[in-house]
Ligand binder design. Structure first.
Ligand code: F6P
Length: 344
């Protein structure tokens, strides 16, 4: 078969490992020809490609980012977009397309399957871990490890100066990274989009901690965390050209509010894109490899309109339609019954 591959949306550790696994099994087991589309859907519309083979992917397993390049956006943003995608399939005699992406790219893949019956298979990617239908996306484990390493480092400087540190991690609509890194890093409080925070309650936690003689604290906040209505002024929302809310900076507002209300010296750290860069953890290398192998198997099973997913330890196929328009939220049992036990 001739199989195309694209990576869409924000980059993520493990993308190259997925591509490598698809190519390895596709070429050596199935005798496929693999074609990489450059810059996500733009590369499909414009037929910009690179050949992918086992030899050209040597050394890519531990490499961060994506060798294919990535962009946001979809063929539906362009008047001729769908015709261009169909033309690419016909001109290049493609039998299938593997779409490695997050909620945005997987929704586009699902729509193309519904509208054109395009033979697509999805692979769920994002450090945010917010794709419905899978227990975990690849890239998440690496981002949590990076955030946890940063929190570990911040503990010692916070303790030396008796300071409060507010650490902002990624997570637009879901606080998975904040919750996991906060638990792993021993945070005093974890603020996530799923549970609007009351700044006075956060300050009270910090005051009580100080009364017990603990003068340094780490507050982990997801970039999408919002204050409870009326408890603190919420930020004005800024959107990018694709209508995604552009976040970053809530930690500064929170750090200022904590210092004003408690008088405790407070600093903030914004981890930003460091969480998306660099080599994947061993867990993500294995998960990406399993996803890549499962994706090329799904192609040969003609499982069109499906996505590979991890369910209770097994890699399975689920309909893409199950994920569309949804966001996987933090397990609130984990937040309330585990994380909160250690607050304060
Ligand atoms: O979707 C993953 C993500 O890392 C979000 O957590 C974050 O808000 C966003 O991407 C930022 O992406 P960019 O700056 O590349 O638009």
């Amino acid at each position: 078969m001739r199989v195309g591959i694209l990576t869409g949306g924000g980059d993520c550790p493990g993308l190259n490992a997925v591509i490598r696994a698809v190519v390895r099994k596709g070429e050596t087991v199935y005798g496929d020809t693999l074609v990489g589309f450059l810059d996500a859907w733009d590369g499909v519309r414009e037929q910009r490609t690179m050949p992918l083979n086992v030899a050209s992917l040597r050394g890519m397993l531990p490499r961060g980012g994506t060798l294919l390049g990535t962009r946001r956006g979809s063929p539906y943003d362009h008047p001729q977009g769908l015709e261009q995608v169909q033309a690419a399939f016909a001109d290049m005699q493609l039998d299938a397309l593997i779409v490695i992406g997050g909620n945005g790219s997987l929704s586009v893949a699902s729509k193309l399957y519904d509208d054109l019956r395009l033979p697509v298979v999805g692979v769920p990617k994002t450090i945010d871990n917010d794709v419905v239908g899978t227990d975990v996306t690849f890239g998440f484990n690496t981002a949590v490890q990076i955030a946890t390493d940063a929190i570990d480092r911040l503990h010692t400087t916070a303790e030396s100066h008796d300071r409060v540190m507010v650490v902002e991690v990624m997570g637009r609509h879901s606080g998975w990274i904040a919750t996991h890194a906060g638990i792993a890093g021993g945070a005093t409080a974890i603020l996530i989009p799923e549970h609007p925070f009351d700044i006075d309650e956060v300050c009270e936690l910090l005051r009580r901690r100080h009364e017990r003689g603990r003068y340094a604290s780490i507050v982990v906040v997801a970039e999408g965390a919002e204050p409870k209505e009326g408890s603190m002024r919420a930020r004005d929302k800024v959107y990018d050209q694709f209508g995604h809310v552009r976040l970053g900076g809530v930690a500064e507002t929170i750090a200022n509010a904590i210092e004003d209300r408690t008088g405790f010296e407070t600093r903030m750290v914004l981890l930003g894109h460091i969480q998306r860069g660099g080599t994947p953890t061993a867990f993500d290398r294995v998960l990406s490899t399993r996803y890549g192998v499962a994706a090329i198997d799904a192609v040969h099973q003609h499982a069109w309109g499906s996505m590979v997913a991890l369910r209770a330890g097994d890699v399975v196929n689920v309909p893409l339609a199950e994920t569309v328009g949804k966001t996987r939220r933090v397990d609130m049992h984990l937040y309330h019954e585990v994380a909160e036990v250690f607050f304060g």
